[in-house]
Design a protein around this ligand. Structure first.
Ligand SMILES: [Zn+2]
Length: 298
């Protein structure tokens, strides 16, 4: 037991050390709301570091790239941001919905796979020789794919269509809307998380390069599927209102015009944050199944 306490205290110490300078960068760039977003963001970053420094690197890749994309070409996205009440600054609820699935699977990894190794005096795996850690990586790939899909799709996407009915045109930024350009960007986003995984695993684990390659492909595909689930939920179960005054569908209540829209479809509890959270959980479960198949095959 004392080994686990020593492991946790040393991880906590290094977690605080590496995250402190980042916190100043985040506050300076106004990537998170102050103080709630910053406090939750700091706790999240330290927890991810304690779970696995490689997971922390992936979370950092997701967070910094997504925050940069959200602030990028803001004048061109102004109308869409106003329509969907989107802000380039993430709040505490968004931080929780983006990080909770990874932390959930990561804590399962610590309890069921890493702590028993520490007790037995075995080598701690920093990479992803673990079902649960692989699922945690996948949730980050899902969020990255989803954010890149949305942000790039709004700027460069032509003719956004509804995922469940590709003949139906929708406004840029609509939940469940897809574009070819956004989809390609989402694939690149998931591939970047997968690339971080490959590089870090090659240096930190003893598993075969073939297995790492196979898992990285699965990680990328699971992340893209997760991004797809996010769009599917956005098109089917997410709550949507309709503003009579503007004759437009709305995700916000009240609408940007100040009018109270009426409930059009979806479930009242299914917000955009709920969609982000549930699609990441589902992609994590898919990843665990995929990992199990690879374990059997190789
Ligand atoms: Zn309106």
């Amino acid at each position: 037991m004392s080994e686990i306490i020593i492991y946790l205290i040393s991880s906590l110490f290094w977690g605080i050390c590496v995250n402190l300078p980042l916190l100043f960068l985040i506050m300076w760039k106004k990537y998170l709301t102050i103080p709630k977003g910053v406090i939750i963001g700091a706790i999240t970053a330290i927890l991810c570091f304690i779970i696995s420094p490689i997971l922390w690197v992936c979370v950092l890749c997701f967070f910094l790239s997504s925050s940069f994309l959200s602030k990028w070409k803001q004048s061109e996205k102004h109308e869409v941001n106003l329509e969907f009440a989107k802000s380039s600054q993430r709040d505490s609820v968004q931080v929780i919905s983006n990080s909770f699935p990874a932390i959930f699977f990561g804590i399962l990894y610590l309890i069921f796979e890493n702590f028993p190794r520490i007790i037995l005096g075995e080598e701690i795996s920093l990479g992803i020789q673990s079902h649960f850690l692989f699922a945690a990586f996948t949730t980050i790939a899902t969020h990255t794919a989803d954010t890149w899909m949305t942000e790039i799709g709004i700027i460069y996407g032509k003719n956004p269509r509804l995922l469940i009915n590709l003949k139906k045109k929708v406004n840029p930024g609509t939940s469940g809307g897809v574009t070819i350009e956004g989809t390609i960007a989402g694939m690149i986003g998931a591939a970047i998380i997968s690339f971080v995984y490959v590089v870090s695993s090659l240096f930190t684990t003893s598993i075969s390069p073939l297995k790492i390659l196979l898992l990285s492909i699965l990680l990328c595909i699971s992340g893209i599927i997760g991004g797809g689930i996010d769009s599917l939920e956005g098109a089917t179960i997410q709550r949507i209102y309709y503003c009579k005054q503007c004759k437009k569908e709305s995700e916000t209540n009240p609408h940007k015009c100040g009018n109270i829209p009426y409930f059009l479809r979806g479930y009242s509890f299914v917000t955009n944050d709920f969609v982000n959270l549930s699609s990441a959980f589902l992609s994590g479960i898919i990843a665990i199944v995929c990992y199990s198949f690879v374990e059997i095959l190789i």
